[in-house]
Design a protein around this ligand. Structure first.
Ligand code: NAD
Ligand code: DAU
Length: 348
């Protein structure tokens, strides 16, 4: 039986990757390695937690002793590394946590894999999941390709860029069989409501102001989270060692247009008069160093490995809103406790 460790499997994207791998590959043993920070939630995985090929290990990727024990115990052939501090605004208020988890944690994971795999590398694979934010900010035109120079501007993107460099360094220096991907903004079920789309859904639900940073004209390329999980599956199995693949939704939205779209969907689903939620939109002070536009050229992945996004934005946004309304208990659990304190500090 092949064993794959998925780090960050209790988080937003990680939980969709765990679910996909547990159900699609019954012949694999999937070990979810997660510290369960504020962003990690085992409720995301209720439907797979009793599967015979699923195991959970609560551990910190910055703890080399714990990693050593887990690698000794499970002898994995593969690692899919998603564990990270992932929210840009939090990286602005607490950058050190991002260096510790995203940089140091990745280096400890690379070191542990190298130590345990030794020279027996033929059936091994270390997959590092990264972000398009490492490429910096685009003007009105152009797309990020795999050749775009790194130009990170937030503590989050700088920490992810550093981790990407370390992964490539382990490939070139120690021949660790790595593969990387850099993805655009994900959306869908189980997204923590500090991020734009679930925050807007939750605030509409509870009639709170909808905070739009700056002029609302910043652009993001939105990808349905299950399409990202499908891309991770294909890259993990078929991506060429040492290569990087960009993943994107080909689905650019200005923030204000997206928020208005979510308002209209929510009005419809909640049976409120058309246009009523738009009155909650409130322009607030801009995020420092706010990247203007991200857009991804994913043609390498599409041409080489045959992946393509499957969900159209209209359907995906509505499906997401519906999921949150049908899972209010999940939402209530997630927004209790520390999230309330974070929200008060971020939005006063
Ligand atoms: P998330 O914040 O929802 O989940 C992160 C997970 O990592 C949580 O379960 C958390 O408990 C775990 N974790 C954090 N620190 C840890 C530590 N020290 N040890 C072990 N586990 C730890 O993040 P996400 O949005 O699902 O993102 C997952 C990955 O994908 C990240 O690496 C992120 O940079 C990348 N990414 C995210 C997006 C996006 O739109 N969300 C887009 C591109 C790439
Ligand atoms: O591009 C990939 C990245 O997408 C991932 O690497 C990150 O982990 C993920 O968090 C996401 O980063 P963003 O900063 O783009 O996502 P966020 O949802 O925080 O913000 C999306 C846009 O909406 C951004 O331009 C900031 C804006 N925004 C965000 C919040 C939380 C607002 O206008 N108001 C808000 O309250």
């Amino acid at each position: 039986m092949k064993t794959v460790i998925i780090t960050g499997g209790a988080g937003f994207i990680g939980s969709h990757v765990v679910r996909l791998f547990v159900s699609k590959y019954p012949q694999y043993r999937i070990v979810n390695l997660d510290l369960l920070t504020y962003a990690g939630n085992l409720e995301n995985l209720r439907d797979v937690e009793n599967a015979p090929n699923y195991l959970f290990e609560k551990a910190d990727i910055t703890d080399p002793v714990a990693l050593d024990r887990i690698f000794s115990q499970y002898q994995p052939q593969g690692v899919i590394h998603l564990a990270a501090e992932s929210h840009v605004d939090r990286s602005i208020s607490n950058p050190v946590a991002f260096v510790e988890t995203n940089v140091l944690g990745t280096v400890h994971l690379l070191n542990t894999a190298r130590k345990h795999w030794g020279n027996d590398l033929s059936d091994k694979r270390f997959y590092h999941v990264s972000t398009d934010e490492v490429y910096g900010s685009l003007g009105d035109e152009g797309l990020f390709t795999e050749e775009t120079s790194y130009d990170p501007r937030s503590p989050y993107s700088a920490s992810k860029a550093a981790s990407d460099h370390f992964v490539r360094a382990w490939y070139h220096t120690y021949h660790l069989p790595v593969v990387l991907s850099n993805c655009s903004n994900n959306y869908g079920p189980n997204h923590f409501p500090e991020k734009l789309i679930p925050l807007i859904i939750n605030n509409i639900r509870t009639n709170k102001p909808l905070p739009v940073y700056g002029d609302g004209q910043n652009v993001r390329d939105w990808l349905w989270v299950k399409d990202h999980a499908a891309a991770i599956d294909v890259i993990f199995h078929k991506g060429r060692v040492g290569e990087t693949y960009n993943i994107g939704g080909n689905n650019e939205w200005k923030n204000l247009d997206l928020v208005q779209q979510m308002c209209d969907i929510m009005d419809d689903l909640l049976g409120r008069p058309a246009g009523s939620s738009r009155s909650l939109i409130t322009f607030v002070k801009d995020r420092p160093g706010h990247d203007r536009r991200y857009a991804i050229d994913s043609s390498k992945l599409q041409n080489e490995l045959g992946w393509a996004p499957t969900v159209k934005s209209g359907e995906g946004f509505r499906e997401t809103a519906r999921w949150y309304l049908e899972n209010e208990k999940w939402l209530e659990h997630v927004i209790s406790g520390t999230y309330q304190q974070y929200y008060a500090e971020q939005y006063q």
